[in-house]
Design a protein around this ligand. Sequence first.
Ligand code: ZN
Ligand code: ZN
Length: 1012
Amino acid sequence: MTPQKQADKNQHNLPPNYTPLEIEKEIREFWEKNQIREKLEQLQTSPIIKGNLGYVEGPPTLNGIPHIGHARGRIMKDIRYRWKTMEGYYIPFWAGWDCQGLPVELEVEKLLGVRNKRESIEKYGMERFIEECKKAIMRYHAMWLEADNRLGIAINQDKAYWTYKDSYIEREWQILKTAWDQKLLEEGQYVVPYCPGCQTSLSSAEVGYEGSYKEVEDPSMYFKFKITATQNEYLLVWTTMPFTVITDTMLAVQPKAEYARVKVGDEIWIMVRQRVEPLMAELEITNYQIIETIQGKSLESKAYDYPLKDMIPKQAELETKHPLVHHIIGEEFVDIETATGIVHLSPGNGEDDFWAAQRRGIPIYAPYDDEAKFTKDAGQFAGVFARDADMIVVEELRNRNSFVKIKKIKHEYPTCWRSHHKLIWIARKEYFLRTDKINSKVIEAAERVKYFYEEPKNRFIGFLKEGKPWCISRERIWGTPLPIWTCENCREKRFVASKKELLEVAQEEIPADFELHKPWVDRVTIKCNKCSSTMRREDFVLDTWHNSGASPHARFTDDEEAKYVPAAWLTEGIDQTRGWANSLLLERIILTDRAEAPYKAFLFQGLTQDAKGRKMSKSLGNVVQTNELLVKTSADLCRFYMTRKCSPVDFMSFDMQELNRRSYQVLSTLYHLSRFFMENATFDGFKPSKYPFELALKADKLQPADTWMLSVLQDTIEDYTTKLERCEFNTALAILDDFVIETLSRLYVPMIRKELWTDDPETFERRQTIYSSLHYTLKTVTLLFNPITPFLSEALYQKIYRQLEPDLPESINLTAWPTPNIAACNKPIKEQFEALLKIVSISFAARQQGKLKRRWPLAKVIVVAPQKTLDAVKPLEALLLEQTNVKSAEYLTTVPEYIGGENWVSNQEDDITVFISGKRDDKLLGEGIMRDLARRVQALRKELGFVPTEVLESVHIAELDAESMELLNPYLEEMAGLIRARKVYLHLRSSEVETRWFESELDGKKVFLNIH
Ligand SMILES: [Zn+2]
Ligand SMILES: [Zn+2]
C-alpha cells in the first residue's frame, strides 16, 4: 500500500465505535453554533416553499417536571415537523406554555406549604402569592427547555406563547366577548361538580379525566317518608349521600312501572314491585306481605311529610312557594333495576334533580357557601360541611321514625382530578358558556376532522355529544380574570374587552401599566351607566382549559391566524378528548360561528406507563423524568425506542431494559455500514460527483444484487412515507429498521463485500459502481431516519455526505425528503430475489434439521419447485451457491429417484422443496476449517484495530491437530485472499515462533493466532 493510500483511509472522522451520547453533544453544539433552528424558520419566507401547514402548540402546564410521557408526544410532534419541513412545507412550530389556573395554583400551595386558598391569602397576601406563581412557572419552564434541548425537539422557543401574558389574555377576552354578544356567555345557576379541596367548581369535562374515578367508601342508607294524611304508609328511598336529605324537594317514581304496597309489621311500605324480594332480603325482613300492586303513575302528586321541617324552617317555607314541593312526581330517568325505584330529588345537589325542578318551575334550594358548608338557610345545619352532615341526618331521621337501615358500600365515585377529594354536586351561580346551544355545529365540525384511529375518535365524539353547558368560572386567584363588572345597586352587567377599554371606563385614575390579574384588576371600578352606582368585577377567574383553548386565536396575530388556522395536524394525549381538543373546538366555533374545528387532523396518543404497565405516579416512585434519563441515555435511542415500541394510540409500557436493545442494534448497524462505506470509498478515492448514481443507473452497470437492493429501497421510501402520513409511526420505522438490518446488513453487504477487498485496477470501475449505489442508498436511509434520530442523521450527513459533497445544504434538516426513483425499480429482479431468498431460508431450515452448520461448505443443493420459480432463480446461481454455501446446484420440477438414504437433508415450504447433500469429504472438511479460522482472524483484525482495507503482512496459526493441518493445507492461499493477508503460516507448536500469540478455539480445542 502506498503511503498516500494509507493516509487516505483515515480521511473520514467517524470513530470506530458508535457513541451516541458524544455524537449528540457534538451535534447540539453544531446546531446552536450554526443557528440551524433559525435557518429552518427562514423557510417561512423561502421561495421554494410548498406551502404552510398550520400548527398550534398544545401548551404543557408549567406545574411539574417533564417526564417520559410528555417526551413521547413531543417526539411525535418533532418527527412530523422535521419530515414535513424536508418535504418543503413551512410549519409554525412555535412553543407555548400553560401558565395559570388551578394546576399551577395547587402546585404553588404545595410549594408554600399551605392547605387552601384562604390560607394562601391570609399568610402571603394575593400579590405575593401571584409572584410565587410566576416564580414557580419560570422554574419549571427552565426544566422544559432543558428537556426539549436534550431530546432534540426543534420547536421555536423564542416565539413561545404564555397564557398569563396580558397580550394573550386580551385576545382570549375577544373570544369571550363574541360569546357575550351572542348571548352564549351568561350567569346562571346550574348544578356543577365542586371540589371541596380546591374550593372551586369544575367543568363537567374535568369529571371524566383519566384516573378521576376512584373506589371510595360511602354510607348506603335506606329511609322512608310518610305519605301525608295516612296513618302508616311510607315511601322507601335509598341514598349514598344522607346530607342531601337536607335539600330534599321531591320524590320521583317511574310512571310506567309497577309498584307494590308491602305490609311490614304495622306499616305499609311502597317500593317498585320487582325489587321487593331482594330488598326484603337485604333489609333482613322475613315477615312481610305484598298487599297490592299499583301503577307508578297513580302515586304522582301525592304529598309526603318531610321529616326535618322543625330543624330547617326554610323547607316549610318552600312548601308555600310551589305546590309540588314535597310531592311525588313521575320521571322517566328513575331507575327501577336497583334500589327501591323511588328517588329523592335534591335540585340543589343533582343534575337530573335540578332539571326536573327547572321544568316544573320549582325553586332551587341550595343553601351552600363557597366552602360547601351549609348557610343559615339550612337552619340548624348552618356551618356544617356538606359531607359532615351525613351522620347528623342519620340520627335525626332515626329520631323521627324515618330511618330504616345503614351500612357502608364501596363504589367507584368521581374525585377531583387534581386533589382527589370526593366531588359533590351543588347548584351554584356561575358563569356558563352555553355550548349546549351550539352542540350540533360542534358535532358537525368534529365529524370532519381526521383522527387516524377509530377508537379515540369514537371516544371524542361520544363525549362531545353530552353537550353540556361549560362552567368557565373558577373561584381562584391566579388566572385570566373574567372581565365582567356588575353594578352593586341595579345588577347591570358590563363586559370589558381590553385593557385600553378598561382604562377608559375606570372610575378612578389607575396606573396604565397595571397587570390583567387579581388583585390589580379588581381595584378597577366602573360607574354604572344606568344608576350611577359602582360596578365591581365578578370575583372569578377562567377555567384553565379556556386559556389553552383560546390559543389558535390568542397566540397569533390576525394575519397569522388567517394563515395557520385551522391547523393541519395536532397531537396530544388521549386524555385531551375532554381537555384541550374539546376547548379548542368549542372556542373556535364560538369565535367564527362556523362548523369548523381549528384543526384538520388530531392524533390522540396513548398514555405512557412504567415497564410493568402501571401508571407512573409520584406515590409509586416510578416516574421517569426526561432530563434525568437523558443525562445517561441517548436521545436518538430514546426517540427510536418510543416510536418503534407500539402504535401511537396504544398505552406504552416504558422499559429501560428494552430501550437499548433493538434501537441500539439498528442505529449502530447504520453507523457501521456508513463507516464501512466511507472507509472503502475513501480508499478508492470515490467522488459522487464523478460517479453519480444516476450515471451508474443509466449506464446499466448494476449487478442483479445492486438492482434488487435498490428496488427494495424504492419500496421502503414509498411505504415509509405513506405510513408516516397515516401516523403509523411504529410500522413506518419497522420498515426502515428491516431495510437496514435485513436487506442491507444481512443480505446485500455480504454479497458485495468481497468485491471491495481488492485494489485490482481491473475491477476499479465495478467498485465505483458499488460505492455509487451504496452512497445513494445510505444517504437516502440517513435522510429517512432524520425525523426519528436527528442527531445520528446529522452526524452522518456532516461527516460523510458533506465531506464527499461540500456543496450540500448546511444541515440535513435543510435537505429535501427522498422520493422513490422509478428508474431504480426492477420488478422482475425483485421477484427473482424473493424466490432466491425463500430457497436460501428453506435450505437453512434443512441444515438445521440435519445438524449441519451453516458455515460448513457442502457439495450440492437440489431445488424442487415449479418451473416459474426455477426460471427466476437460475440466473442467480452464483448467489444461490454462495448463500446456501454449497458447490453446485440442480433444478428440478419433481423429486428425483436417487434421493433417499442418509446423505440428504431436506425441507419444504409451500411449493418449494430443498435437498442438501450432507456428506462431507476431505475437501469440504478442509474448506470448513479454513472458513472457521478465517472468521476468527477477521475478529482478531477488528479487535486489534486493523482497517478492513489494510493488507496483513503474515498470519500464523499454531497448535492445530495433525489431521486438521493436513485438511487445511490445500486452502492456505484461498484463506490468505479471504482475510487480506500476504501469507498464512501453520505451526504445530506455538513455541516454534517467538511472537505474541492470541488464544482462540476451534471445535472446542485451543488454537493460537498471530497477525501483523
Ligand atoms: Zn380538588
Ligand atoms: Zn346600576
